[in-house]
Unconditional design. Structure first.
Length: 528
């Protein structure tokens, strides 16, 4: 029998120190994953595999050390390193993969849902930078949101607003007010508008194509003011401005595929629209859009290769928005995406309902024949993107989400999958989503991007993933993906982005997704 004895009083200070150390260790252990927070004096992601965004192969295990909002070191993992101290946080990276934050080059903060809903869906899918390609809520709103995000006063990705230059259209959609409703008619109008825009705090201009002399003046003036220009060449302009013409003028990106099949035409100088064609009927418009690919040069032909080389010589980036066009390749798949029920805000779903007065509201009348046209066109389009990439051209990721059954965040992951379907290997997809996207945004300023790569001195925009996304991009979806547990044979479903880190601030993805589901339910959705 052991005799109980009282401890001498001199041991009490030691016991206090021991208890304090144990408590500090417990707090540190709780910090080792934790939820949202930061920025931190020091943040360490310990023992992770990384894909750095440059195209280099995966590497690990490594420790990524962040101080404030910048990466300070990336090196071999210190498995014996101490737990977090005061002002520090440690994220356990074992079994996890870390990628640079994703860049969406064709994003829209559309007017219908709350902006918080859009931002949180973006962040929940790893998007830490978004180029707003229209400013649908007006220039003042876009610039204000950009500043609030830059100061981390709102939960949002970095925002880069591009505004319309086709003011006869933009005035209707976005409420722009330039010189009491003045619109651009002449080259000098275009120059004056760009000079005015340069004082508003925007990052660039979006054009639907204008007469060649007006368009050339617009792009030239924008370049002088270090503003980017992206172009979605509207079909009204395609007879006078194709993709090669726009690229030679100096645009930063070509949106969608408009202008590319027109540059590839053989046997005619114009698309052979049927006599009853009406541009204002979207079924006519998109049917002709798909058919135009089949009227052009064969893949691998001399003309096909010449168009690729002409584009490559300009350095233009192609921003295809494959996911939104996929809805016209398979309407039923688009209408039944599994995330629409839980994450589709009623204001967004309203845009998806049949309504010919709403962009994309024609799909209820889109037939099997129409889908067949798009299947054939899609194959050529993807081949063109693959060939451009293989020549050294840049292909970036943009989504245009919020229409055509395409939902914020989720559409970005689908875009990654569709580039892989086109022939990009997973490292090429990640490079397009990160490094190429970041450099494309900053190119008009003649600056190297400070994000888009995992390396010292870069901003801490990171995506921490439970598992290897190179093996299957589906694990990045917010709804998770069902997989069979090899030990039990049971199906399990889990969301695999653990954290999105923007500017050194850690966002717990499950917290973001819960917030989004609550917003959907509060608006009367979520149980369709």
């Amino acid at each position: 029998m052991v005799q109980k004895t009282a401890l001498p009083m001199r041991w009490l200070p030691f016991l206090g120190w021991l208890a304090g150390g144990w408590l500090a260790g417990l707090v540190a252990a709780q910090q080792n994953d934790g939820g949202s927070g930061g920025p931190y004096e020091r943040l360490t992601i310990r023992g992770a595999m990384i894909v750095d965004g440059t195209g280099a192969p995966p590497e690990g295990p490594v420790d990524i050390v962040v101080e404030g909002n910048r990466i300070v070191s990336v090196g071999p993992s210190r498995v014996d390193a101490p737990t977090a101290g005061r002002g520090e946080r440690v994220i356990d990276g074992r079994g996890r993969w870390v990628l640079p934050g994703f860049v969406d080059l064709h994003a829209h903060i559309r007017p219908e849902p709350p902006e918080e809903y859009i931002y949180k869906l973006w962040l929940a899918h790893g998007i830490t930078s978004a180029r707003d390609a229209a400013c649908h809520r007006g220039i003042e709103f876009c610039v204000e949101q950009k500043a609030l995000s830059a100061a981390n006063r709102i939960v949002a990705p970095r925002l880069f607003p591009y505004v319309h230059s086709n003011l006869d259209f933009a005035g209707a959609c976005c409420g722009y007010d330039w010189d009491d409703g003045r619109v651009i008619r002449t080259p000098e109008d275009a120059r004056e508008y760009v000079r005015w825009l340069s004082k508003q705090g925007v990052d660039g201009v979006k054009s639907y194509g204008q007469p060649p002399d007006v368009f050339a003046a617009l792009v030239d003036e924008a370049r002088q003011h270090e503003l980017g220009v992206t172009v979605h060449i509207g079909q009204r302009m395609l007879a006078r401005l194709n993709a090669v013409d726009a690229a030679r003028a100096g645009v930063v990106t070509l949106e969608h595929w408009y202008g590319t099949p027109e540059a590839l035409l053989e046997g005619s100088s114009l698309v052979d629209y049927r006599p009853a064609y009406n541009f204002n009927d979207e079924i006519d418009r998109f049917e002709a859009w798909g058919a135009s690919w089949m009227a052009g040069a064969e893949p691998g032909s001399a003309h096909w290769n010449r168009v690729l080389d002409d584009l490559l010589a300009t350095g233009v980036a192609l921003d295809p928005t494959l996911a939104i066009a996929e809805s016209m390749r398979d309407v039923i798949r688009a209408q039944n995406k599994p995330w629409l029920e839980e994450y589709g805000h009623p204001a967004v779903l309203q845009r998806f309902r049949p309504n010919k007065d709403v962009h994309g509201g024609f799909l209820h009348e889109w037939t099997t024949e129409h889908e067949g046209i798009f299947f054939r066109a899609y194959a050529r389009w993807q081949r063109f993107l693959e060939d451009y990439k293989n020549r050294g051209g840049w292909v970036t990721l943009g989504t245009d989400a919020g229409a055509f059954y395409s939902l914020y965040g989720f559409a970005y992951i689908r875009e990654m999958e569709l580039l892989q379907h086109a022939g990009f290997n997973p490292l090429e997809v990640v490079r397009s989503a990160t490094h190429y996207g970041a450099e494309t945004i900053l190119r008009p300023k003649g600056e190297a991007a400070e994000f888009g790569i995992i390396a010292p001195r870069y901003l801490a925009d990171l995506v921490v993933v439970n598992g290897n996304p190179l093996d299957d991009f589906k694990i990045l979806y917010g709804t998770g993906v069902e997989r069979e547990d090899p030990r039990t044979g049971e199906l399990t479903e889990s969301s695999s982005i653990a954290f999105t880190i923007k500017d050194g601030i850690v966002y717990d993805v499950q917290e973001l997704l819960r917030d989004v589901r609550s917003m959907v339910q509060d608006a009367g959705g979520g149980d369709r």
